[in-house]
Design a protein around this ligand. Structure first.
Ligand SMILES: N[C@@H](CCC[C@H](N)C(=O)O)C(=O)O
Length: 281
């Protein structure tokens, strides 16, 4: 099986070109591909499939030629991946599957438009919707947070003064209320940073992703964090610089909507022997 490897701010993906939707992708195959010791290793898989050829997307071919079929590292499917869609856009551009510097991509969370500007790829994202108050528990502490829907679910917790972001143990999922997040949730912890030229707000975050564990960056998470930061600062527009373990993402709100921007790069192509993978089914 041919693959491409890419990442956005070190949130990394195996990209599988499957234009006609013929690949029998299963949760265990995805998990095996993403295994960092026995497979290629990645936070998720991006299957590149024609909108007209994917059962979840068929009928939307007039909106976009390509559908991002996103899978988490554990083989679960998610609605949106902000870094994934930026890397997906890079793949379409480099492989010649999309022309020009700006083109639409269909995701499970709806249609987005990617715009390429050198090393940076920006995507207009679904508007984050702030929801109920929640809480994230890292025993023995419980941190208050806010539910945010970016097409996929997030719980954003701004850490109280005195709690060191680096001290949090994110080797396992923080606890959360399953009644509030019946389909699971991505959990972001945030601390403010000093002002940064060119940005309205500046924050640092770590994330525990549903289905992938702690990752070095999460684009939809950065957007969720920016939505909470702008709300808390009583700003209805602005750009938030979000520092993650893997680099910086910029999340912008204007009257026209929300944009996520940052690096997206392809680093390798190769071939994997699927029969050698330790798949379960
Ligand atoms: N890393 C992604 C988010 C991927 C999906 C997420 N783990 C979920 O299950 O919702 C991003 O950059 O947004």
């Amino acid at each position: 099986m041919q693959f491409t490897k890419g990442h956005g701010a070190a949130n990394d993906f195996v990209i599988l070109a499957d234009p006609d939707g013929q690949l029998a992708l299963t949760p265990s195959l995805v998990a095996s591909l993403c295994d960092r010791h026995r497979g290629i290793g990645a936070d998720g898989v991006l299957r590149v499939v024609r909108t007209a050829k994917h059962p979840e997307a068929v009928g939307r071919a007039a909106d976009a030629e390509w559908f991002m079929d996103y899978w988490n590292a554990d083989g679960s499917i998610a609605e949106m991946c902000g870094n994934g869609v930026r890397v997906f856009a890079r793949y379409l551009a480099v492989s010649g599957l999309a022309e020009g510097a700006s083109f639409p991509i269909l995701t499970r969370a709806g249609l987005v438009r990617a715009t390429i500007d050198g090393d940076t790829i920006a995507v207009d994202m679904p508007a984050p919707r702030l929801g109920a108050a929640g809480a994230a528990t890292i025993v023995p502490l419980t941190f208050p947070g806010t539910a945010v829907d970016v097409g996929n679910p997030h719980l954003v917790s701004v850490l109280p003064d005195g709690v060191d972001l680096d001290s949090l143990d994110l080797t396992r999922s923080p606890g959360f209320d399953p009644a509030l997040f019946p389909a699971g949730v991505n959990v972001e912890f945030v601390t403010p940073l000093p002002p940064l030229d060119g940005f309205d707000l500046h924050v640092r975050m770590r994330v525990y992703e549903r289905g992938s564990g702690e990752t070095l960056a999460c684009g939809s998470g950065a957007l969720a964090v920016a939505a909470v930061a702008l709300h808390d600062a009583a700003l209805d527009a602005g750009t938030v610089a979000v520092e993650l373990l893997g680099g910086r993402l910029a999340a912008t709100r204007t009257d026209a909507g929300w944009t996520l921007a940052g690096p997206a790069v392809l680093v390798a192509t190769g071939e994997i022997d699927v029969s050698a993978l330790s798949t379960i089914d």
